[in-house]
Design a protein. Sequence first.
Length: 234
Amino acid sequence: MWWFAAAHANLLALFERAKPRAGRVLDAGCGTGGLLARFAARHPERNAIGVDVQPAACRRARAKSGRPVTVGSVNALPFADGAFAAIFSADVLCHRAVDEREALAQFHRCLGAGGILVLNLPAYGWMLSRHDEAVHNARRYTRRGLATLLRAAHYRPLYTGYWNTVLFPLMLLNRKLLPARPDGDSDVRLYPRPVEAACRAATALERLAMRYGLRLPFGGSLIAVAAKVEATDA
């Protein structure tokens, strides 16, 4: 689906722009391994692993990415202190089973000095809808609110910005103004090829802006890169 392709490409672009130090990389809440597989293909020199709370998802992620994946919760990561140079977390803090502050504390613990955290999250609490219920999202975020949350958890935000800007009016129409569809509540699905192509083109233009550090004024999703700081230095 175009959305997952765009989210993964955006996360990788900002990871590469941040130039994290050498070391292991974790995909925290890796699901069935789409991002982990893409990262492994793009950075085969990196020691990347995944973790997810669902054993079935872990099995699929291992098969898809060819990388180690372990069963575990982001609320209590099963890794040593300072084990990673970078951690990805794509649409995990928003999940109803996740304690966002505890998860951020776990990421902080497992990052080494100066480690990088790369996040993707849904935007705007007022956009909570039947789609969020279907995918188990309990919360959505603003750029300013996320930056405040990160600083309180001893991170220094390096970049926080919205994406899915071009298509946001259609998202708003679909989720807040139109009646529920008879085929289900979630927007997660494959769309006809012309629609997929148009959506991928729109998000590719947005990614070009992100690569240059530009921030889009609004959007359906929020992406962030933050560096770990020690509590004594915060």
